[in-house]
Design a binder for this molecule. Structure first.
Ligand code: COA
Length: 363
């Protein structure tokens, strides 16, 4: 891997492995999910969370000796990118090579897997927040990531990446501190959520409001049809029927719905989908171009990734982000994942993802 001159010392000196401790006493380089208590936190709406807990996983060398990478999860993900949903990408010898770079992933604010969210205990009431958990935004989520990065002693990210909601939060992370991000790599993510996605989210939220967990199961089924493509379903399921007469595609959707119901929480789903609805990097910043001009001023390099046949946040939306970035003076590149998988390609097309991530790390 070729690194920029200021990052080369980390290759010359073997990266320090093994657990290290940040100036704030937080564990780094542990390769497992940790929890940080970061005090109170005021949301964009002005609502104050009296106790912010963040679940995170940090792999590879500490920030004092190696460049750092931030990976942000999508709607139902966790901090465990390296051990779970992006594991083919992270580890020794992989695209995010934890022999030479540190990799941080956090569970997003409002999430289900250890960070403060609807399933956390409200310290005032002594029971889970549930449906009264306040609305959060992708800006809040990005601010929480920076709060954690500060506490871990990470001053700068060589690369910030994520897909879908993760890409939206990645954009916010960079817009908030452009001087602290070298390369921004959002995948299948728009600068602002479009009306079609808001419409799909609305139907899913209504299902959850009316039917609770069962509604979330159906919401997941609907969402899965937006995460895949017509080609994918044609190739995999066609009109095949099972012995019981059910179409294979129906059985697949039932399975996916049940699987999410077993591991997720309806209030969390609502909060995270709501964060996507409110996502607009241009809000109160003078518009999308003005927000992106911060990236230009900070010297951030942007590679925006579109996915062929993504009907959720497809190439048209990503190219619109790219056009605004170019106008704003950002050093920008567009690249596209060729896939029949649709939106989910950022979770399955490992060969192409490796190439894209390796290029972003070194350019
Ligand atoms: N009937 C019942 N189940 C079926 C089936 C059928 N006809 N065909 C496949 N399945 C099951 C498989 O048994 C497997 O089950 P398991 O996960 O419990 O082991 C599962 O479906 C495989 O799912 P599939 O979509 O085929 O896997 P993939 O490798 O193509 O994609 C994921 C993996 C993780 C990306 C995908 O499953 C997923 O969860 N997508 C949603 C990701 C997401 O949340 N995106 C958010 C964007 S905001």
């Amino acid at each position: 891997m070729t690194l920029r001159p200021e990052e080369r010392r980390t290759v010359a000196e073997p990266a320090r492995q093994g657990t290290s401790v940040s100036p704030y006493g937080l564990s780094r380089s542990t390769g497992r999910t940790e929890t940080a208590a970061l005090g109170h936190f005021t949301l964009e709406t002005g609502v104050r969370l009296s106790e912010l807990i963040v679940a995170y996983r940090h792999d590879g060398p500490a920030p004092e000796v190696a460049p750092q990478v931030l990976v942000v999860h999508a709607l139902t993900g966790s901090a465990d990118a390296a051990g779970d949903w992006w594991s083919p990408m992270i580890g020794p010898g992989r695209a995010l090579d934890t022999d030479t770079v540190g990799v941080l992933c956090t569970n997003l604010l409002g999430g289900r897997y250890g960070t403060t969210g609807p399933t956390s205990i409200d310290p005032h009431l002594g029971r889970p927040y549930g449906s009264v958990f306040p609305h959060v935004t992708t800006r809040d989520q990005a601010r929480v990531i920076w709060r954690l990065a500060d506490a871990l002693g990470i001053e700068r990210f060589a690369l910030v990446t994520g897909g879908s909601l993760g890409g939206m939060v990645a954009l916010e992370v960079a817009v908030q501190r452009p001087e602290a991000v070298r390369h921004l790599l959002p995948m299948a993510a728009p600068a602002a959520l479009g009306p079609m996605a808001i419409a799909w989210n609305h139907i899913q939220a209504t299902l959850i409001d009316r039917l609770g967990v069962e509604g979330m199961e159906i919401a997941r089924q609907l969402a899965m049809t937006t995460y895949r493509s017509e080609k994918d379903f044609e190739e995999r399921f066609a009109r095949i029927q099972q012995a019981d007469g059910r179409f294979e595609v129906v059985s697949y959707l039932d399975h996916q719905g049940r699987k999410l119901a077993d591991r997720f929480d309806p209030d969390t789903y609502r909060i995270l989908a709501g964060a996507m609805d409110r996502h607009d990097i241009g809000r109160d910043r003078g518009g999308i171009e003005a927000a992106l001009s911060r990236l230009a001023a900070g010297g951030v390099v942007l590679t925006a990734v579109g996915i062929e046949d993504d009907i959720l946040y497809g190439p048209r939306q990503v190219k619109s982000l790219v056009a605004a970035a170019v106008t704003a003076g950002v050093r920008t590149r567009y690249t596209e994942i060729t896939s029949t998988k649709g939106h989910d390609a950022f979770l399955v097309e490992w060969d192409q993802l490796r190439t894209i991530v390796e290029e972003a790390l070194t350019s």
